[in-house]
Ligand binder design. Sequence first.
Ligand code: G4P
Length: 284
Amino acid sequence: MKIQWYPGHMTKAVRNMQEDVKVIDLIIEMVDARAPLATRNPDVDRLGQNKGRIIVLNKSDMAEEKANKDWKDYFTALGYECMYMDSRRKADMRELMNCIERASAAKRERDRARGIINRPVRAMVAGIPNVGKSTLINTIAGRSAAKTGNKPGVTKGNQWIRLNRQIELLDTPGILWPKFEDEHVGEMIAYIGSVNDLIVNKSELSECLGNWLLENKADELIPNYNKNADIEISDYQSLMNAVVKSRGCLKPGGEPDYDKAENILINDFRSGKLGRITLERVPQ
Ligand code: G4P
C-alpha cells in the first residue's frame, strides 16, 4: 500500500511553526505510542536545534504496557526527556510539568548566569496530525490557565497559556507532516488514522491491517470475531467472513457487506476494541 500526499495547508503550517519556534525554549514533541518512530517528523530536529525537547508517547492507553516502557527507555537512552501518557488525563500532567522542569534546567541555569531571573520557560507542542496535540493543550490549560496577551514575534492570533510561575505554553500546536518514505511507515500511519482516510484505499488498508494483525496479534484478534469458535480464521478472507457473521454485515438482499466489515475492522483497531496493540518495536 503506497501513500503519497502533502496537503497544501501543510506548507503554511510548517511556515507558522518556523516562526513560532523562534520565541520558544522547549518543544514538546508528541508521537503516537503505538508507532513512535513512524509518527515522528525529522524536521523537529532541524527546527528544534538549541531548544530543549521532551518526547511524549501519547495514547499509551492504547499501546502495550511493556512496549511503552521499552520506548521510554529507548528515547531516554538517546538523551531525550521522555514520558508516556494519555493526554486526556489531567493526572498525567504533573509528570509532564516535572519533565518540563528537567528539560529546561540548563536554560534556566544559563538565564541565571546572565542575571535573568524568573523568566518563564516557553514551550510549544508539536507533532503530526491526530497524535493528540490539541487534547494535551486543552487538558493542560483546563479552567485555571490564564491566557496572556499576544507577544511580539508570535504568529498573529497565538496566545500564551501560563501554566505556573515558571512555564508558559503556546496555545497553538506546531503541525508537521509524517514522512512516508518507507512504505511500512505509511501503512502504520494509515492504520492509526493520522492521514486523511479520503486518500487511502479503504479495502487495501483493511487488508493490510488484517494481514498484519493475523501475523502478529492473532490471539487478540480472533476471539473478537469468532466468539462461538465456529469459523476457522486462517487468512484475510476468512477474517472478513468472521466479521460479517459476528457483526451481521449483510446487504438488504442478504449478501455479505464486506465494505461494512472493512470499516468495522479498521474502527475496532483505532478505537482500541481489539486491545492494546503496539505496531512498532524498539530497534535492536
Ligand atoms: P491533534 O491535535 O494532534 O490533531 O489530535 P487531537 O488532540 O485532535 O486528538 C485526536 C483524537 O485522539 C481525538 O479523538 C482525541 O480525543 C484522541 N486522543 C488524544 N489523546 C489521546 C490519548 O492519550 N488516548 C486516547 N485513547 N485518545 C486520545 P477523536 O475521536 O478524533 O475526537 P473526540 O471525539 O475524542 O473529540
